[in-house]
Design a binder for this molecule. Sequence first.
Ligand code: ADP
Ligand code: XUL
Length: 521
Amino acid sequence: MARFLGLDASTQSLSGLIIDMDTGTVCANHSVVFGERLPRFHSPKGCLVHEDPRVKHSDPLMWVEALELLLGDLVKAGVDLGSVRGVSGAGQQHGSVYLARSFDTVGAWSTDRPLRDQVQPLLSRRTSPIWMDSASSAECAEIARAVGGDERVVAITGSRAIERFTGPQIRKFYKDSPADWARTCEIHLVSSFMASLLVAATAPVDLGDGAGMNLLDLGTGTWSRDLLDATAPGLGQKLRAPVPSTTRVGVIADYFVKKYGFTPHTPVIAFTGDNPSSLVGMGATRPGIAVISLGTSDTVFAAMAAPRTDPRGYGHVFGNPAGGFMALACFANGSLAREEIAHRFGLDWNAFADAILTRTRPGNAGNLLLPYFVPEITPRLPAPVVRWFGSATFVDGHDPFAAARAVVETQALSLRLHSRWIGEDMDPILVTGGASKNPGILRILADVFQARIVPLQVSNSSALGGALRAAQAVGGTAWEELARRFSAPADHLAEKPDPATRAVYEQAGRELERRLNEILV
Ligand code: ADP
Ligand code: XUL
């Protein structure tokens, strides 16, 4: 029986998904939601509350405990982890973990104590800054200045110096906590941290996720000397050389064999970022298929035929785990903004969909909302901006149906506006993430993009991508074959565009651009 396990350590949950190559099916798909299962970490939305709203950190031990809970749940549910022939996975991008003692000193985890108690003494920093953090603007400016400007950072790394990216976060740590920085001997991304736990040794960062650090030279696939120097002294010694995403980083540690029944010597393949992993899970590793992911953040991404960068400076180039590059734009006010509106107006997700599908019309009668409840990444807004433009009831906030449509229309128009630079064909668009279950949201995307919007049969595309990457690296199955077998579209849920709405959304797009230009500095 050839089975492969994919893990996804995302913002709000850890998921595990197992594929069976013999039957071509997903035979396990399970998530541990941090807010529900691990309340003692005080992270209902996956990160700790901080007095400065720009600071978003998580406790890395929460991810360690979640790993044990997830594997324990799978075993309890009767899943035979001994049938797994390879493991890979993904992590939320950009977040970083700091060690005073290298994973390479571990040797073996002891089965006498929980993993958490053995990882805790390795840490040089109690918390991990995650992608939602926007407190490193000064460091971004310093790094850009040191290497000769933002254009140079883009030319080397594929992105401007960006607050949530790991390099600026590392620099902030070095400046704020010099003693802890001096104690730090090894830095991980969430992805390489999770892989290191599994192999009880240092797993290197892969080229897919490494590109989200503002440190990787995309041309050479190595850390850029200039950016290392601009970021923090001695940084080069604290990072392992990055590896291609298909690299075998070790075998599953004895701890997991003894405790959860894995087969000894099961290979572990490098973990990558959740978006590069999702590119694989969606079967979109070749150019021509765009993906919109509606998770905690919204992202739009696509494999690129040739590397191109965003002239507006918002988009990014990451590594495509199947080789080459992918383009991505990330929107912080994704599900968080939709939840804010749903919560404020007492709408459950069915009522939210109904508000869009039956109670309001495309263009929303001219009502427009700037729904930036938290600082936005695309476009760059350092502080929240929530503004209502339109009829009196809408502006007064007494129109729940128009509010539901408004948040999604602005998000869809902004996704369209800020993905033009990618320059790849965007029809069909595959959708994934928690909110891709919502037919109202898919309807608006179809009309705004004038493209077919297609969900996949399998949710958890990032965890699926992990399982597929393990199958490709260990089992040698070609990417196309894996996509054909496991990334099947759910055609009955697809939404087709209504051509009659094209003009309405051209006009609405211009209006949104005008409003954004008024607030952008
Ligand atoms: P992440 O991977 O970033 O943790 P997910 O892709 O799991 O996020 O998406 C979680 C989000 O999906 C939740 O925060 C919730 O707002 C949203 N969600 C779940 N179900 C629906 C639905 N039916 N309609 C709209 N949004 C939904
Ligand atoms: C991408 C980004 C987010 C995180 C969390 O640049 O910041 O999509 O990967 O999902």
